[in-house]
Design a protein around this ligand. Structure first.
Ligand SMILES: Nc1ncnc2c1ncn2[C@@H]1O[C@H](COP(=O)(O)OP(=O)(O)OP(=O)(O)O)[C@@H](O)[C@H]1O
Length: 190
């Protein structure tokens, strides 16, 4: 697609935002390979597992991504994929309350939930991506199906749009998010 050039596309965003769901569907619709960045790192023995976290050697991972995945049509899924040398970054966004609900359902600790809700609130992935790459497309997934999100991405790529940022402002819905933040005291916790 897009003039037949090979593309490496990163799908990133806060845990629970829907990266895996969207990245798999996007890869399927584009006829691209799907690669999970964590599995890729493990396969190439980059980094080590400490507890349930994978500590990654960043430079080595970026090197491998460039060597193995560049110039192959690939969708790269992972919350660190926006830090890799890719051609296009897609940052998925969702109302932080949705992130909170999804992570609660997954049994995450209060601390982990509030950490991720806050990361979504203050645009952590976007800000990190801005340091790395010009080609960043943000998509708000709130109240959309994965299919709708993928169609939105495809439509932008087909029109040659590589940059679309600043589309959400969760500060406006801060009051809805307070219960998910660990602001001290357990009273407010939902
Ligand atoms: N518009 C949407 N886009 C993507 N996922 C959605 C959407 N609406 C609802 N969902 C649901 O949200 C959940 C997202 O889970 P998924 O594993 O894809 O997230 P993730 O960002 O990859 O998480 P993690 O970073 O922890 O791996 C799924 O259950 C999915 O069905």
């Amino acid at each position: 697609m897009v003039g037949g050039e090979k593309m490496l596309i990163a799908v990133s965003g806060t845990p629970g935002v829907g990266k895996t769901t969207v990245a798999k569907l996007l890869a399927e619709k584009m006829g691209y390979d799907y690669v999970d960045l964590r599995e890729f790192a493990l396969k190439h023995r980059i980094g080590e597992i400490r507890g349930d976290e994978l500590e990654i050697e960043f430079d080595k991972l970026a090197y491998y991504v460039k060597e193995k995945l560049k110039n192959r049509n690939t969708v790269l899924d992972g919350h660190l994929s926006h830090l890799m040398p890719v051609d296009q970054i897609i940052i998925l966004r969702a109302h932080p309350k949705l992130i909170g609900e999804r992570l609660k359902e997954r049994g995450y600790t209060k601390e982990k939930i509030s950490e991720n809700v806050e990361a979504e609130l203050v645009d952590v992935c976007l800000l990190e991506a801005l340091d790395e790459n010009e080609a960043i497309i943000e998509v708000d997934t709130t109240n959309k199906t994965p299919e709708e999100v993928v169609n939105e991405i495809l439509s932008l790529l087909e029109r040659g749009i590589k940059r679309k940022i600043g589309i959400v402002d969760w500060g406006k819905v801060y009051d809805d998010i307070i219960p998910y933040l660990n602001l001290g005291g357990d009273d407010e916790w939902v």
